[in-house]
Design a protein around this ligand. Structure first.
Ligand code: IVH
Length: 699
């Protein structure tokens, strides 16, 4: 049996203090959106607590901040019955439909013999486009987090829920002995965009919208991977012991009564805030339907400035007495309705389904459509992700489909209208052979992706070369899709390394390729040899290694040889790098074909890093380090990626949307809503020249 040194009371006390300090800092950062501790200070205290807990595991409590990410990935989730079902909401699409709903519930009240108040109040909340969660707290501690599932049974995903920083592990204030809190887990638009960008870089299929991304993330078995996705949460429903009584395993007698127990939705939202939850700040108490309509109209345009996606407004009768009296229909509460915004959807016809083969070998089906105007662009193709998705939709060529596109989100087919299906259509089947090389494809039972696993498939090679040459990798100008296609089909290039042995004569022999362009391309290829090791690593196209991860990895392994010799645990030990990335990197370096590729790259003189210790800059630019920038509009002299790189090189951060956390907005010509928002929030704006001055002042 293992024995542990007995901790002195001071250590127990210290652990408790650290827990409280870290909980408070985390609450201020994630819930209140107003950080009080520097990240580095937080990290120091966090590590101190981790050390104390490592010395004496008895000190670990379930609400310790160190317990957010569990040690072991789950092998499966278990279905659990909801104590109170999670109903969905009836939809209304315009104000007349909202008025009909009011008339309906008033009639219903009359039938039930209820005298409604003369002026019933409504609470309006933004309808967050995410995934509903039910959280149970016993004695103030988070004990269970369950997905909505079918409304009566969901999946227990407690381990994943713990990783969501805006969900308290321990309630604050005067909490009841047991509560169930419901709300929406979601991905912010910026996190969503970054996630898709990274998935594109690592060759995984893209999520069509933040809702799918949130739902997909919550159902990942590895909590570490969930933590990396940075989910967020807004609470909107509170169930107190009396709602839950009869369904509880714990004894409620002798428990302290909650003071100022909420009697309305509005009071519940206040109560949820006191318990430590993040509640959407835009909820509003409305005196009548006219005020509700105003709220709805106002948010129709303002929602575009939000950092998360909302697809409508949820209107709830405020009074709990009235809610209880009205009750539920089979599916919906009678006391609430979702007033949705018209989605950017349009019908189109699926003319064909084509298959694209990516550099990881993934076969992605794409719907070819009759062109439709959506969200300011013309859409004629929409991704279908994978074969399972097509089967789910039962999409057939010739079908009339509903296509959706919103803002930056990639177009997707959301619905098939079988009523309009022509005769003689056939269900679609994914091909058994790779359309590029003809070899048999594989689809593991546990995966949704069909893959070509032929390592010499020209489509995979083509994708790998384009990735190697791409802007964030080796940045080889002039090596575009058409040219790569020719190089591969004429077998002039059979691996990345072959690029460096191309001759001018070979290039000049290609279709529409003159001596001059050949010289230019060769020069660009040679120049790329001195690109930094982080770019080489990213360019190799190792699964899950995006450009950000590559930078983190090279910090720890400044030379390729060190990374090639590393153990999985050494790689996974890097902050921000999970087991999945570590595993795939390790596997990549163990394959003989990859080993011979890297020895050829070394012989060719590519920059594979340095074994010299890297000097960390002793002076940081205090004007920029740790500051958050947003860039908007067209800058006079520099491109946005250039400016972004300059800021990042000085330790600053560049994000896509303006929030309270933004320190500066860099403004160029034709700046839009971001500028208005920054002005409203009183965030200082800089011209390109002012930014450069700020950078040079202190560096
Ligand atoms: S109240 C019985 N409030 O919308 C009460 N739901 O279409 C039902 N949702 O399943 C939920 N924001 O996932 C409520 N402020 C909000 C919401 C919200 C988003 C989602 C929730 C629900 C779905 C119903």
């Amino acid at each position: 049996m293992q024995t542990y040194p007995t901790m002195s009371p001071t250590q127990t006390q210290r652990a408790k203090e650290l827990r409280q300090l870290l909980q408070k800092a985390s609450y201020e950062y994630y819930v209140l959106d107003s950080p009080t501790l520097e990240d580095s200070v937080y990290d120091r205290f966090y590590r101190e607590l981790q050390d104390l807990e490592a010395q004496d595991p008895e000190l670990i409590t379930p609400d310790s901040p160190t317990q957010r990410v569990g040690e072991r990935p789950a092998t499966q989730f278990y279905a659990v019955e909801h104590r109170i079902p999670l109903y969905s909401l009836e939809n209304a699409f315009d104000i007349p439909e909202l008025q009909q709903w009011q008339e309906r519930w008033l009639r219903q009240a009359k039938t039930l013999g209820i005298k409604p108040p003369d002026a019933p109040e409504y609470v309006c909340e933004l309808k967050i486009d995410g995934s509903a969660l039910a959280l149970t707290y016993e004695d103030g501690i988070l004990v269970r987090g369950v997905t909505r599932g079918d409304g009566t049974r969901g999946e227990d995903i407690t381990q994943n829920v713990r990783t969501i920083r805006s969900i308290p592990l321990k309630l604050q204030g005067n909490f009841p002995p047991v509560v169930e809190v419901r709300g929406e887990a979601f991905l912010g638009l910026q996190v969503f965009a970054e996630l898709n960008q990274q998935r594109q870089e690592t060759g995984e299929y893209q999520f069509a919208n933040p809702r799918n991304a949130a739902a997909g993330t919550l159902r990942q078995l590895d909590a570490q991977a969930v933590a990396e996705r940075r989910l967020d949460f807004f609470a909107y429903t509170l169930h107190l012991p009396e709602d839950l009584s009869g369904n509880l395993s714990i004894n409620l007698t002798n428990n302290p009564l909650v003071d100022s127990q909420p009697v309305s939705q509005w009071e519940s939202l206040e109560f949820l805030k006191k318990l430590g939850f993040r509640v959407n700040p835009h909820a509003q108490l409305c005196a009548d339907l006219t005020a509700v309509a105003e709220y709805y109209q106002q948010w129709d345009s303002k929602r575009r400035d939000l950092a998360y996606m909302t697809d409508g407004v949820v209107v709830k009768l405020d009074s709990f007495t009235l809610q209880t009296q009205l009750g539920f229909t089979q599916k919906f509460p009678r006391w609430a309705i979702a007033l949705k915004y018209p989605a950017e959807e349009a019908p189109s016809i699926c003319l064909g389904i084509t298959i694209q083969v990516g550099r990881t070998g993934a076969l992605t089906p794409v719907a070819e459509l009759t062109p439709v105007a959506l969200a300011g662009t013309t859409v004629s193709r929409a991704t279908l992700h994978n074969g399972d998705r097509i089967a789910e939709l039962d999409l057939r060529v010739g079908d009339t489909v509903i296509v959706r596109k919103a803002g930056e989100i990639i177009p997707e087919v959301v619905q098939v209208l079988p009523e309009l299906r022509p005769a003689d259509t056939q269900p679609f089947a994914m091909p058994n052979h790779c359309p590029a090389c003809g070899s048999i494809v594989v689809k593991p039972l546990t995966e949704v992706v069909t893959r070509c696993v032929n390592s010499s498939c020209p489509a995979i090679l083509q994708g790998s070369i384009l990735h190697w040459a791409s802007r964030d990798a080796m940045d080889i100008n002039g090596l575009g899709e058409k040219l790569v296609q020719q190089l591969v089909s004429q077998k002039l290039v059979e691996s990345i390394a072959d690029l460096y042995e191309l001759t001018e004569t070979q290039l000049a022999s290609l279709d529409r390729f003159g001596q001059k362009s050949a010289q230019k391309l060769i020069a660009a290829i040679i120049t790329s040899k001195s690109q930094p090791w982080a770019r080489v690593l990213y360019g190799l196209g190792i699964r899950h290694v995006g450009s950000v991860n590559a930078k983190a990895i090279v910090q720890k392994f400044p030379h390729l040889d060190q990374l090639a010799a590393a153990r999985i645990s050494d790689i996974a030990g890097i902050y921000g790098i999970g087991e999945e990335i570590a595993q795939s990197t390790h596997t990549w370096f163990s394959l003989p074909t990859n080993q011979s590729l890297i020895s050829r790259l070394a012989q060719l003189g590519l920059n594979l890093g340095s074994t010299e210790p890297v000097a960390t800059p002793s002076i940081s630019n205090t004007n920029i380090t740790g500051k958050v920038f947003v860039i908007t509009g067209t800058l006079p002299n520099r491109s946005r990626p250039e400016v972004k790189a300059m800021i990042e090189a000085q330790g600053g951060k560049v994000t896509d949307s303006v929030s309270k956390k933004t320190n500066y907005l860099v403004v160029g010509a034709e700046a839009g809503s971001k500028l208005t928002k920054a002005e409203n929030l009183g965030i200082p704006c800089l011209s390109e020249a002012e930014l450069i001055a700020l950078i040079s002042k202190n560096s």
